[in-house]
Design a protein. Sequence first.
Length: 370
Amino acid sequence: MHQAEDETNRGEGASDRYREAGVDIDRGNAFVARIAPLARSTRRAGSEAGLGGFGALFDLAACGFRDPVLVATTDGVGTKLLLALRAGRLEGVGVDLVAMCVNDLVVQGAEPLFFLDYLATGRLDLDQGEAVMRGIAAGCREAGCALVGGETAEMPGLYAPGQMDLAGFAVGAVERDQILPRPGIAPGDVILGLASSGVHANGFSLVRLILEERGLGIDDPAPFAPGCTLAEALLEPTRIYVGSALAAVRAGGVKAMAHITGGGLVENLPRVLPEGVVARLDARAWPLPPVFAWLREAGKLRPLELARTFNAGLGLVLVVAPERASALRALLTARGESVVEAGRIEPGSGRPRVIIDNAEEAWAGARPRF
């Protein structure tokens, strides 16, 4: 839990020696006091979202499930954190951390229940830590899950001054008979794509390489977004799809969902498909956002490489029954999502795969800058 080591029973002077070694228990306690109101702001049924104990209790019965199955995920924000630290914009990566976990939960049909974080650093900076936690709390509120605890670790020697790492852990629940993917995915099923908010939190090692090759700094103007710096454009937080995705599942007709993270469209969609089918997408069905058009051109990326590294503009993909496609598209649009019919399920052989038609034509013509 977010709790500094208690020095009450330590020998006289031990605290000073520990501080000399690089770990400040008082600073850790001050951090817990700062973030406690953030955790309280995420309360939901089943949890009081308190900090400070050795573990967190959650009352699953209070959530109204009949026959629940627990679903757990863990993730991080990758090297996006390096750009965020460089730019001094850390609140957004807190949102990213939650989004990467809860979006993985919801594609299995699960409602997020609670979240824990792990923040490791060489020396805890209270302002930086609080900024991260503000983002985590905001993401938890949007996803409807409680921030029930976590761990803040000062580890001088393992992390250099100014370095930090983040990990997140989320637990959700789904009724046993509502687990996704559903059986019966078949040729003719419609593939709906929900727009991403940008690069999200994958592919940033390549993003950083492209910036380095182009001699660009994080505070330079973004070539693809007038009026924005690269920091503002590239660090846009990952979209949280929980509310709209759960509404679609409860409306009926959703057979599978895929969160488009590392591996892009090419690697993630097959994870939820059975053998003997192909997901055929048409790249002309949705606009390639300017950030990806710029990355494609600046990084000299082939279409397949773009689609295996980035989300290419679609952060969540749904496979739905054809007779429900129009209604679900309308529902998702009403929930604030930008929705496209990206393709169809077709007959295949062997392992499932993704085919993206017209990518060279559609993406080569996308405008990389204004």
